[in-house]
Design a protein around this ligand. Structure first.
Ligand code: DGL
Length: 265
């Protein structure tokens, strides 16, 4: 009689592309013994210009795959996917814990001195009902200015973290926040910390920049029950594995990754 293989338990993490790697980096540091799988949905990035239905369909296809691979916890390392799909994911997989990524309105409210907060996000996140409700719930009388930043993710996905064109785009998106005199700004997209110095330069030194990836990783680590599996990291992309391998080596310095195409060609 054949015994069934002991089911592998791992943490599945996904994003439209490289943005969620900012969360994964924190997670690796917090849980060096865990098995991690990261899925970059590069072929469909950016999500920020897609409809809610498209974003949800991608999130369902990815989660099916992560669950089939042994995910016992899923980290939605993408604000846009969280805004449009996390409720549907939780309804479809009620026994599976999901950790979402949302801008930290509460820390921003605690940090602001003048009561004016800027929130930089993708177009789809900026337009979402979930973000509107989050702000209504936590803003506590502070003004939260939401700025959609189309185009930025395309540069980052292409490996451009510092060109003159990207700097000009970032400055343009920051202009309304500067004009409003915000003293605190939230990076509401997991790609954005990868160009934190550009946001800081565009907003000015006096503006406090807040990011969320550490809090998301901590939440995931708190929910994780270690199993008997060997630690590891598998990375998959619906785009070009060679391009992602280069990007990861250049920006994060991670080499020798188990990096494959999904779905397998
Ligand atoms: N990294 C994502 C986010 O946090 C998605 C960006 C995009 O694909 O537009 O919103």
């Amino acid at each position: 009689m054949q015994t069934a293989p002991f089911p592998r338990r791992e943490i599945g993490v996904f994003d439209s592309g490289v943005g969620g790697l900012t969360v994964l980096r924190e997670l690796r540091a917090l849980l060096p013994g865990a098995r991690l799988r990261y899925l970059a949905d590069t072929a469909y990035a950016p999500y920020g210009g897609r409809s809610a239905d498209e974003i949800r369909a991608r999130c369902f296809a990815i989660t099916e795959h992560l669950v089939a691979s042994g995910a016992a916890l899923v980290v939605v390392a993408c604000n846009t996917a969280t805004a449009h799909a996390i409720e549907a994911l939780r309804a479809r997989w009620p026994a599976l814990p999901f950790v979402g990524t949302e801008p930290g309105i509460k820390p921003a409210v605690a940090a602001t001195r003048n009561g004016r907060i800027g929130l930089l996000a993708t177009r789809a996140t900026a337009a979402s009902e979930r973000l509107r409700a989050l702000i209504a719930r936590h803003a506590d009388g502070r003004e939260v200015l939401v700025q959609a930043c189309p185009g930025v993710v395309n540069h980052i996905e292409a490996g451009d973290l510092d060109s003159a064109a990207l700097r000009a785009l970032v400055e343009r998106h920051c202009e309304p926040l500067r004009a409003a005199g915000v003293d605190t700004a939230l990076l509401g997209c997991t790609h954005y910390p990868l160009i934190a110095p550009l946001w800081q330069a565009a907003l000015g030194d006096g503006v406090r920049l807040l990011r969320i990836e550490t809090a998301v990783a901590r939440r995931a680590a708190a929910l994780w029950t270690p199993g008997a599996d060997a630690p590891g990291l598998a990375v998959e992309t619906s785009g070009d594995p060679a391009a992602l391998r280069d990007w990861v080596a250049r920006v994060l310095g991670w080499r020798d990754l188990d990096l494959r195409r999904w779905p397998a060609a």
